[in-house]
Ligand binder design. Structure first.
Ligand SMILES: [Zn+2]
Length: 120
């Protein structure tokens, strides 16, 4: 049997998590990475600024800045959240799994992720 790679999944079902995500999106309704690219994305656009064609992806997500890996203090820390569009959220997760940080770059060519070695 395969082991669950994300055994902390149950944390997302907690009421506190839903409330936290809602508060985060109320505080920062726009995708942080898209803002750094120079446009406001409330979930109606893709990460390249084109209209979001997929209805399922027309939203923003509360993303953990420092991967919590099941650490409840990190998981429930409101300061460890940022708002991302689904495109940025997916890319971030994939690249983080490879490198431990996002390789996403802003219009000036500088990496957006505070954990990228260039920002340390
Ligand atoms: Zn975005």
């Amino acid at each position: 049997m395969q082991q669950d790679p994300r055994p902390w999944r149950h944390l997302y079902k907690r009421r506190a998590c839903t409330d936290l995500a809602r508060a985060q999106k109320a505080r920062e309704p726009l995708c942080k990475y898209c803002l750094k690219r120079g446009f406001a994305n409330d979930g109606s656009l893709t990460a390249s600024g084109a209209p979001q064609a997929s209805r399922r992806r027309r939203h923003v997500a509360a993303d953990h800045i420092v991967p919590h890996k099941g650490d409840e203090a990190l998981f429930f820390d409101p300061d460890n959240l940022q708002t991302l569009c689904p495109d940025d959220h997916d890319r971030n997760r994939q690249r983080e799994e490879l490198h431990g940080f996002s390789q996403e770059r802003g219009p000036d060519g500088w990496p957006l992720d505070p954990r990228h070695p260039a920002n340390r």
